[in-house]
Design a protein around this ligand. Structure first.
Ligand code: NDP
Length: 431
């Protein structure tokens, strides 16, 4: 870690900006933009982005540290309203970094689109006709969006499947012929380019199948864009007050087994993973609804909703953590190119490409999960949360400036930590 950034959390806001400048992560102009709150989305831009715009909705963005991924260290911007998430991610990453950091998989990245046809008169003949025309369909898709082909991407292949809907009291159980188009969208998430390609091939598919075209649309279930990140933690780094490293390691594995057996726990386990994933996805201007939809569907791909991470003990005694998730993130497209804070986030990350960004995001999810499990199986989650929660309560009670930390410190010692107590402390202070 750059010396200037050490103990970042202890610095005043101005000292933080100076450290960012000294470390070279940001230049003086970018620091000035932060200092003077100039990165707010201009109203005119907001009006063009969405309908019926009235104002911006702000989220705080902070930095996660110690992310050593494939031997390269990253400082990770995270946009989130929940206290303690960034501290926990950084803490988890620091311990993982002491054991060599995160390693990423050799992953592929293709987006999937669907053209669905119904009322097909002769299903097996239709499937054969589409399969026979596969090369032609791929060419047609590429002709519909030539610029992505010029960039080295484009449609790669198709698959044809029949999909049978369940019959029930109100539905007759329709059968669909579905063409799956696999596209390399390069640095973009590719929703719009995919939809353009699908609309380009849809008339041909309708003609070949003699059915009725139902829809042509990207699938957010990005199973051809799976990312894999692992870590191996030496037990000596897991030791806490009162718990040996081996004991903590084994309890983390038990916590994972519990989550894999009980969806009530798995959902909360995954909520913690998503704390990190969403925060970076949002900070980098990516479509977090798309990422969340895909990730939760993938959590249930075995038929039972499962934890997104996996923890086990290696023969060497190390604690092995793994995460595998679909993540079709982008470094261009959507609002990424013009949203001022998203641009700053990519700059802080060192302008990774789309695949590197997905690995960073998955690593943050794994670090987040590790920190949460470690806390849960040792001192419990509340001890770490309380001081940050106290600050939120102090702000909610109306404290500003130096009063925030004063009220938070008093709250931490009060018999009841709640909003009434915070208000009382603040009113006593002001008298
Ligand atoms: P865009 O429509 O913005 O397309 C990407 C743009 O980036 C293209 O104009 C492309 O240029 C340009 N580009 C520049 N460099 C590259 C490069 N290296 N690789 C790839 N493209 C490059 O974005 P997407 O098609 O990615 O769509 C994402 C947006 O769509 C998001 O805002 C998302 O919220 C939204 N969306 C999502 C849906 C879903 O998830 N189901 C559905 C509909 C919309 P060129 O055209 O010259 O190739």
């Amino acid at each position: 870690m750059d010396r200037a950034l050490r103990h970042f959390y202890k610095k005043s806001y101005e000292e933080k900006l100076e450290a960012l400048e000294l470390s070279g992560l940001l230049d003086p102009k970018e620091c000035d933009q932060l200092r003077n709150q100039m990165l707010d989305l201009p109203h005119e831009m907001g009006s063009h982005m969405i309908e019926n715009f009235i104002t911006n909705y702000s989220l705080p963005m902070g930095l996660g540290f110690h992310f050593l991924i494939d031997d390269q260290e990253y400082t990770v911007p995270m946009a989130i309203e929940e206290p303690s998430v960034i501290a926990a991610a950084s803490f988890g990453a620091k311990i993982i970094g002491q054991s060599g950091g995160f390693k990423t998989g050799d992953d592929t990245r293709l987006m999937i689109g669907q053209v669905a046809v119904e009322n097909v008169p002769h299903m097996s003949e239709a499937v054969q006709a589409v399969e026979k025309a596969a090369d032609k369909i791929v060419r047609l898709a590429n002709d519909a969006y030539p610029s992505i082909v010029k960039r080295g991407g484009g449609a790669r292949r198709i698959e044809v499947r029949t999909v049978q809907a369940n019959a029930d009291r109100t539905h007759d159980g329709a059968e669909f012929l579905v063409v799956y188009l696999y596209v390399d969208t390069c640095e973009a998430m590719g929703a719009n380019m995919m939809n353009t390609m699908l609309e380009g091939i849809a008339p041909m598919i309708q003609e070949l199948t003699r059915g009725n075209l139902l829809m042509s649309i990207l699938s957010n279930y990005a199973t051809e864009a799976l990312v894999h990140v692992t870590c191996a933690i030496e037990p000596k780094y897991l030791k806490t007050k009162g718990w040996s490293g081996q004991k903590v390691r084994d309890r983390i594995v038990s916590a994972w087994q519990f989550a894999s057996a009980d969806p009530y726990r798995a959902v909360t386990h995954n909520k913690g993973v998503m704390n990190g994933i969403d925060a970076v996805t949002i900070a980098t201007g990516n479509d977090w609804r798309a990422a969340s939809a895909a990730i939760h569907a993938y959590a249930a791909h075995s038929g039972q909703y499962q934890p997104l991470t996996r923890w086990h003990v290696a023969d060497s005694g190390e604690l092995i953590g793994q995460i595998t998730i679909p993540l079709a993130l982008a470094t261009v497209g959507g609002s990424i190119g013009f949203h001022p804070t998203a641009q700053l986030a990519h700059q802080i990350l060192g302008q990774p490409n789309a695949q590197e960004l997905a690995h960073i995001v998955a690593a943050v999810g794994l670090a987040q999960n590790f920190a949460a499990l470690r806390a849960l199986v040792t001192e419990g989650i509340q001890e770490g949360h309380m001081s940050l929660q106290a600050r939120s309560l102090a702000i909610s009670a109306g404290a500003t400036g130096d009063h925030i930390q004063y009220v938070a410190d008093q709250l931490a010692q009060a018999p009841k930590m709640n909003l009434d107590t915070a208000k009382q402390i603040l009113s006593d202070l002001k008298q």
